[in-house]
Design a protein around this ligand. Structure first.
Ligand code: HPA
Length: 270
């Protein structure tokens, strides 16, 4: 792993002058935030040695380096999902790369289904904790102590100070925000109503198919995490209707201005 990382980082460092302190992992419908980055340097995933190879046709996968709200950032425009067939190590490899590039904080975003009945499609939810329910873990295998501890603590997976900061920024900018627990499943099938009832019972407020692997590795690597979900739909069985990926994308599109506003203002204060 370390040899691969060295090769990857050497290539990237030769392609950009940016020294990012903040990483952005942009979920469904939020990739446009990367377009706002100033003095952009874009590196397609396909050019980066040892990066996972994107299988999805027409999928825009690239690292975007530059400045956003005065901060040097790197954005992952397009992420790797476990349901696409990548291994957990592949899904989380970019987080290792970000760490090697000097990133100390990451903002992770996703689209999620609302389990909490007080939520509405279009709501933003600050992730206060997660339930990783993918039946696999990116840290399984030999541990490299130079990358992080064998048994990393996850009791503050989403940094408390940063969560307070996001709440303050949301309040100041009059952006309504929910707060809750994100539960991940592998997908790609959506959940059944029975699964959603189970998830509500064990304390989940929203469900999605990403994020927790990256957050586990970020914690292992000592990167502080902010996680924000866009509730794009109510989860299966909550309303009397079927789930549809088109609706998920439509709601993400409608919420994206509010979402990017929040993230830009948070960035300004990091
Ligand atoms: N379930 C799982 N993943 C999702 C959902 C959902 O309802 N909505 C958006 N991503």
């Amino acid at each position: 792993m370390r040899e691969k990382l060295t090769g990857t980082v050497e290539y990237i460092k030769n392609s950009t002058n940016t020294k990012p302190q903040v990483g952005l992992i942009l979920g469904s419908g939020l990739g446009m935030l990367a377009d706002l980055i100033e003095d952009k340097e874009e590196i397609p995933y396909g050019e980066i040695p040892h990066f996972p190879v994107s299988t999805v046709a027409g999928h825009k996968g690239q690292l975007v380096f530059g400045t956003l709200r005065g901060k040097q950032v790197v954005a992952m425009q397009g992420r790797f999902h476990f349901y696409e067939g990548y291994t957990m190590q592949e899904v989380t490899y970019p987080v290792r790369v970000l760490k090697e590039m000097g990133v100390e904080k990451i903002i992770v975003t996703n689209a999620a289904g609302g389990i909490n009945i007080d939520f509405r499609p279009g709501d933003l939810m600050l992730i206060k904790d997660h339930i990783h329910y993918m039946g696999n873990n990116p840290l399984i295998g030999k541990n490299d102590e130079e990358l992080g501890p064998r048994f990393p603590d996850m009791s503050e997976a989403y940094n408390k100070e940063l969560r307070e900061l996001v709440k303050k920024v949301a309040l100041e900018n009059k952006i309504p925000m929910q707060d809750g627990v994100y539960m991940s499943c592998t997908g790609p099938s959506y959940e059944t109503p029975a699964e959603i009832r189970f998830m509500r019972t064990i304390g989940a407020d929203a469900v999605g198919m990403s994020t927790t692997p990256e957050v586990i590795v970020a914690n292992h690597a000592g990167i502080k995490v902010i996680g924000i979900s866009c509730i794009t739909n109510m989860a299966a069985g909550v309303l009397n209707k079927k789930l549809d990926h088109g609706e998920v994308m439509e709601t993400a599109e409608i919420a994206k201005e509010k979402f990017s506003n929040l993230i830009l203002n948070v960035l300004g204060e990091l």
